[in-house]
Structures are given as C-alpha cells and as structure tokens.
Design a protein around this ligand. Structure first.
Ligand code: PSU
Ligand code: MN
Length: 305
C-alpha cells in the first residue's frame, strides 16, 4: 500500500522546479501558542521562508491524509481547532489509518519531511529530557528521531523547562551532531547563551549544508540539530525566567500532568506567568530559525562547487 500523502499546490510546484523547501511543524500551532497568535505566526513564518527564497511546507495530518504544505484555509482551521491530536513517531500511523486529524511534533515532522524528500526543517524548540526524568522517564521522542531520520532541524536550543545538560548527553549518546551557529555557547531558547558549551559550532549555512551532505555520503543515518541563538534584541534573561519555570513545573506536578501533556502545559503556563512576554520572544526566534533554514535549504538545492 502507499500512504495517503498530498502536497499543497505551492509545494508541488516547488518540487517540480527543484526549488528549496523548508518543512515546518504544526504542534507549535495547535499546542505551542494560543489562538489567534498561532495562526498569525504560522503565516508570518511561511512568509519569512518565502522572503528568504525558499518554499514553506507546513505539515499536518488532516482527515487521515498526510499534508505536505497547507493552504491558508487549512492553516486557519487547524489554528482554531480544539482537541487536535499531538502526533509523534508513535501516533502518526494510527492517526492516518483511522482517518484522524493531528498536528506533527518535531519527530513526526521529520518523518513526514523525509517521506516527502525535504531535508531541512525549522521550528522553535525541540523536545528533550525533562527535569526530573530520573523519576518520570520523560524523554522526548524528538531526540531518538534526530538519531535516525536524515533531516537538518533548526531550533533555538532547548527550553529551560528541560534538563538541557541531560538533553545534550542523550543527543551525544545517540550520535546526533549538535551544531550552534556563530557562537561557542549552546543557546537556551529564550536566552541567546547558556553556561553550557555547544558540542559543535559552524558559522554559515553553506557549512551546515556541507555537513549534511557529508553525513549522507558517509551513509550515517539521522539528522543534525542546528542551534540558532535568539537575536539579542529579543532575548529574555535566564534570571527573569527561572523562577517562572520553577513555578510552572510545580503547577504541572500539582495537577498531575504527565506524558504528552507536559510540554503543552508548561508552555501555556509560562505564557500566562510572563503575561505574553515568552510568546514575543518565541515568535522572534522561530522567525529567525525559518530564515536560516531557508538559507540552508537553498545551499542544499544548489550543486556544490
Ligand atoms: N518545545 C517548544 N515548543 C514546542 C514544542 C517543544 O519550545 O512547541 C513542541 C514540539 O512540537 C516538540 C514537542 O516536538 O513539543 C515535544 O513534545 P514532547 O516533549 O511531548 O515530546
Ligand atoms: Mn514527553
């Protein structure tokens, strides 16, 4: 059997012309940001990819069909929908087989991107090892996906809702290149720097594209995590956020939130507790990542010299 997969008109045309395409996830829309900002951001990020010379492909499962690229109406419907499933590697096939609708996480978006022949994907933050994982065992499937699916993922580092040091350890164990752009320190999502040193550093989209090509040529499975620091003008100092994150975490525990619910709960709670400031920074960094991803996709679509 073949899987039900459909391309938006824009993405189908880009494929026919061999143009650079950037995959975008949809869980950030349905579970990462409130309506109506989520729809505005989704449109804005797509526009940023286009302005940078590439074509955006927002990915989601709608009525059992894996969509590579959404039109404005589909994007709007998804942004307003309630109770949409959050799909990771474990859930995607069930959702498609039962005709369901779901938003794709980093892991699921990577799987879809590979199926569609797309090598570069932009998001905000990846899932990782949660604080207290030694008790909860809560480790995002995003990390194992990076180890097995050959997509270069551009994110702004890992959120301080995670245990970032443990997240880097798991990525190292899994053989995932973690490459920070333009600085030695690993970025901390809302803040441009963290006390942690980045395992690897590259300074241009061309170098990142060359590293991607080299992994493919070597037959190494898996992708690359590109950590792109939030622009300094948009960052929130870690000292401002740490007490808020601690409170959000305590609230999650008090409410017995577990499993898939943890990340969306924390994101929403931090949004409330910062009175929207976390969202403003989040938007700035996603846009910044979309622009870099477009540059990398263009470098990959261009024959190397
Ligand atoms: N981190 C963020 N914003 C997000 C997510 C993570 O800063 O929107 C979303 C992404 O879709 C990511 C998913 O793949 O949450 C991870 O969920 P979990 O921790 O349940 O694997
Ligand atoms: Mn989890």
């Amino acid at each position: 059997m073949s899987i039900p997969l459909t391309f938006s008109a824009e993405v189908a045309e880009a494929r026919a012309q061999g143009r650079a395409i950037v995959a975008l996830e949809s869980t950030i829309i349905t579970h990462g940001m409130p309506y109506p900002q989520n729809e505005q951001v989704a449109q804005q990020v797509e526009a940023d990819v286009r302005a940078a010379g590439a074509v955006p492909a927002t990915i989601a499962v709608i009525d059992g069909v894996l969509h590579i690229g959404l039109d404005a109406t589909q994007l709007s419907t998804l942004a307003q929908a309630k109770g949409v499933a959050k799909l990771s590697r474990a859930d995607m096939a069930v959702c498609i087989a039962t005709g369901g609708t779901g938003a794709t996480t980093v892991a699921a978006t990577m799987i879809a991107a590979e199926l569609a022949g797309i090598s570069v994907f932009a998001t905000g933050g990846i899932g990782g090892v949660h604080k207290g994982a030694e008790n909860s065992f809560d480790i995002s499937a995003d990390l194992m996906e990076l180890a097995q699916t050959p997509v270069t993922v551009v994110a702004a580092g890992a959120k301080a809702i995670l245990d970032v040091a443990k997240t880097l350890e798991v990525l190292e164990t899994q053989g995932v290149p973690v490459i920070t752009v333009g600085q030695d320190s690993f970025p901390a999502f809302w803040s441009a720097s963290s006390p942690l040193k980045s395992p690897l550093r590259l300074d241009s989209a061309a170098q990142i594209a060359a590293a991607h090509r080299t992994r493919v040529a070597m037959g190494l499975p898996g992708g690359q995590l590109i950590a792109n620091p939030i622009p300094k003008a948009d960052e929130i100092p870690a000292a401002d956020l740490n007490p808020i994150i601690a409170r959000a975490q305590a609230d999650a525990e008090a409410h017995g939130i577990t499993g898939k619910g943890v990340t969306p709960y924390l994101l929403q709670r931090i949004f409330e507790l910062t009175e929207g400031r976390s969202l403003t920074a989040n938007i700035a960094l996603v846009r910044n990542n979309a622009r870099l991803a477009a540059e990398i996709a263009i470098a990959l679509a261009t024959k190397p010299a």
